[in-house]
Every structure is written in structure tokens, then in C-alpha cells.
Design a protein around this ligand. Sequence first.
Ligand SMILES: NC(=O)c1ccc[n+]([C@@H]2O[C@H](COP(=O)([O-])OP(=O)(O)OC[C@H]3O[C@@H](n4cnc5c(N)ncnc54)[C@H](OP(=O)(O)O)[C@@H]3O)[C@@H](O)[C@H]2O)c1
Length: 165
Amino acid sequence: MASTKPIQCIVAVARNGVIGSAGRLPWHIPEDLEWFMKQTEGGVMIEGPACYAELGKALPGRGTVVVSRDPAKRFPGAERTSTLEEAVQVAQGMPWPGPVWITGGERIYAEGLPLCSRLLITRIHRDFEGDRRFPPDWQRHFTRLVSREHGVHEGLEYDFEVWDR
Ligand SMILES: NC(=O)c1ccc[n+]([C@@H]2O[C@H](COP(=O)([O-])OP(=O)(O)OC[C@H]3O[C@@H](n4cnc5c(N)ncnc54)[C@H](OP(=O)(O)O)[C@@H]3O)[C@@H](O)[C@H]2O)c1
């Protein structure tokens, strides 16, 4: 039987908790996209249909499971399930050796965060307008800071932080 992969969450969050605006990221930080691509490579991403639409495809070099209850939607290159629980089961069975990654959006984060042993959070030190948010109480559950790396892109400061429970 295949061994169980760790379940981890990766997100970028503005100071006011915003993660998205009108189906897009409200900021442009290429270093954060690179960080996301590097961390999730070789694992399996679990995401919602709006995230899949934003990326426009299943990203290469990793598995993708899309959680959707709408049978009319199609997600080429990805597995699909109708619940997050089932998505985790499918991800665990895929041949990618890396972790299972909870990659959003809002509801997937809210439902998936309790399953995660580790959180990779890019904390952006500015407020942004938006319509999607990360669970505000995440720090009650993730109490051990493993690492922090500071960065700046065109004056916009951020930290890559890794937290364990
Ligand atoms: N900052 C970040 O790190 C980050 C990361 C990811 C996304 N985002 C942002 O977040 C936004 C997209 O996320 P979103 O919250 O709008 O959408 P989403 O999670 O991609 O998709 C929402 C849809 O997912 C399906 N769904 C969600 N939870 C489900 C569940 N438990 N069971 C079954 N289906 C479920 C439903 O679609 P059906 O109607 O098909 O069932 C729901 O309408 C964008 O603005 C994006 O830029 C930001």
C-alpha cells in the first residue's frame, strides 16, 4: 500500500486577509509565483474551479484534483471530485511523491486547513481590496514558526513563512 503523503496548505495573504479579487490575485509578485511553483512541484494540488480557470490549465510537473459539484464543468489534465474529502483520497492515490497541497480558493482553504499539518503562507505587508479571504483564525492552529524569509518586489514587502501546528 502507498504511504500517506502529508497534507499542506500554500497561500499568499494580504495584511487584511484578502487572497483574491474578481477571480484574480490582487497583486503581481513573480517571486511568489516562483515560490509556489517550486514548493508544489512533484506533489498534488487540490483546488476549486475558479482557481483552475485562473491558471487556465493543470500545471505541469504535479498532479491536480479539482473539487466541483457541477458536472458540466471540464478540467482537462486534472482529476475531479465532488467533495474535498474525496479529493484528498484521490490525491493520496496519485503517483506523485510530494505532499498533497491545498491551494484554494476561499472554501477549499476553509475546509482544507484543518486537515493540514503545515502552512506555507506568503504574508504581504499591505492591505488589498478583494472578495476572497483566508480564514482569519489560522494562527490559533499553526503556532510553530519553522522559517521566515523576507522579500520585496517593486516596494511591496512580503515574507515567506512556514508554520507547523
Ligand atoms: N492568494 C492566494 O494564494 C490564492 C490562492 C488560490 C486562489 N486565490 C484567489 O481566490 C479566487 C478563486 O477562489 P474562489 O474561492 O473564488 O473559487 P474556487 O475555490 O476556485 O472555486 C469555488 C467553487 O469551488 C467549488 N467548491 C468549493 N468548495 C467545494 C466543496 N467543498 N465541495 C464541492 N465543491 C466545492 C464550487 O464550484 P461548483 O459550482 O463547480 O461546485 C465553488 O463555487 C481568485 O481570486 C484567486 O486569485 C488566491
